[in-house]
Design a protein around this ligand. Structure first.
Ligand code: ATP
Length: 366
């Protein structure tokens, strides 16, 4: 099912400040193609959950439209939208019913169907088993939630969302209560389940690595405004503004104060590239993997130390014009030869790993 948002806006009265309006979602326009897994990404409070709540119908937009395929669902109640949801917040929304078995939990949404939609007991059991098989918990059907691990519980919650064969699956930080190992396993399972079922899925997270690793497309949000949408690698390699460049990548992009003069880009005295733009002050971002040690290189830093992690080497160095972490991190291959002369290390920079941003509006200068 294709999902289209048109000028979608949601305003709230602030919980903190009297008579103040919070624009949680500000004029969203995007189209999610059928069958894709989309990671919705952004810092805390940027409007991710509100976006999901609007799509599933738990919130009504202040303005704008939501379409599933060609159907305008903006005013449809949640139960008529064909959306499956899995929430992080067990306290706010029912997660699993503790007194019911796994099987009864999964069957629950089907048992509540009324009128023409009502199903026979055999059909309900067969569909529950089918959903349990997809998430690989069919061997645990008679257990109670308390007898399951966090990851297994989350898979039961996904099975319960899948059992009504939704056209759209919404996952709101489904992994945030799991430990690191389970998180990794469960996210791979979510990817597999999504591929097998082909359900258009939106996955909310504030963990950029998680979103990058399993999504077909990512959407980066900031303060209610969509910043950029695209394939994870495209957004990483070609960020539209400084925020997106800084939000994606671990270790984070290194940033510097610099300037453009006569079409050349400088950090201090070092000319590190070219841009066809007017003379101006700029912010320059260099990805950690964009540095190539070279004793004749164009960019000079004070060498501090080397940290080896096996395959890669992290070179830690300094430059007074660095505006990110006081340490600059350059990541190079473990067998790279590193020359340091009088405490200074020189680098060649890989052009496609260097991004130049306007100081005025922080947009990229290509
Ligand atoms: P987090 O990652 O912390 O869950 P989020 O990106 O999901 O955050 P939202 O929960 O969508 O962000 O909130 C976006 C903004 O809207 C926040 O400023 C929040 O305080 C505000 N907000 C959300 N729901 C309401 C509400 N019912 N009433 C008032 N303000 C709200």
């Amino acid at each position: 099912m294709k999902i289209v948002l048109e000028h979608l806006t949601k305003k709230f009265l602030s919980r903190q400040i009297k008579n103040e309006i919070v624009v949680a979602v500000n004029d969203f326009n995007f189209e999610i193609p059928d069958g894709k897994l989309v990671g919705l990404l952004g810092p805390s409070g940027c409007g991710k959950s509100t976006t999901l709540n609007l799509i599933c119908g738990l919130e009504t937009p202040t303005s704008g439209k939501i379409y599933f395929g060609d159907l305008d669902v903006t005013m449809l109640p949640p139960e008529n939208r064909g959306v499956g949801m899995v929430f992080q917040n067990y306290a706010l929304y029912p997660h699993l019913y503790p007194h019911l078995t796994v099987k009864q939990n999964i069957m629950f949404p089907l048992e509540n169907l009324k009128g023409a939609d009502k199903l026979s007991k055999e059909t309900i059991e067969a569909r529950a088993l089918e959903a349990a098989k997809i998430v690989q918990i069919d061997g645990l059907m008679e257990r109670k939630p308390s007898q399951l691990s966090g990851g297994q519980q989350q898979r039961v919650a996904i099975a319960r969302a899948l059992v009504k064969t939704p056209g759209v699956l919404l996952l709101d930080e489904p992994l945030s209560n799991l430990d690191a190992r389970l998180r990794l396993q469960t996210r791979e399972q979510i990817r597999r389940i999504q591929k097998e079922t082909g359900i258009t899925t939106i996955f909310v997270t504030h963990d950029q690595e998680e979103a990058m690793s399993i999504s077909d497309l990512i959407i980066v949000m900031k303060a209610g405004v969509l910043q950029q949408m695209g394939k994870p690698q495209e957004v990483y390699n070609d960020p539209i503004n400084l925020f997106v460049a800084q939000f994606l990548g671990n270790p984070a992009i290194n940033t510097f104060d610099g300037y453009i003069k006569d079409g050349k880009v400088y950090i201090g005295e070092d000319c590190i590239g070219k841009r066809d733009a007017k003379d101006q002050e700029v912010t320059i971002g260099i990805r950690p993997e964009g540095f190539q040690p070279d004793k004749n290189g164009c960019f000079h830093c004070r060498f501090d130390r080397v940290e080896t992690t096996g395959r890669d080497t992290s070179i830690v160095c300094h430059n007074d014009l660095c505006t990110s972490d006081p340490d600059i991190r350059a990541i190079v291959s473990g067998d790279e030869k590193i020359d340091v002369k009088d405490g200074v290390i020189s680098f060649d920079l890989k052009d496609h790993k260097v991004h130049v941003f306007s100081k005025e509006d922080e947009r990229v200068i290509r």
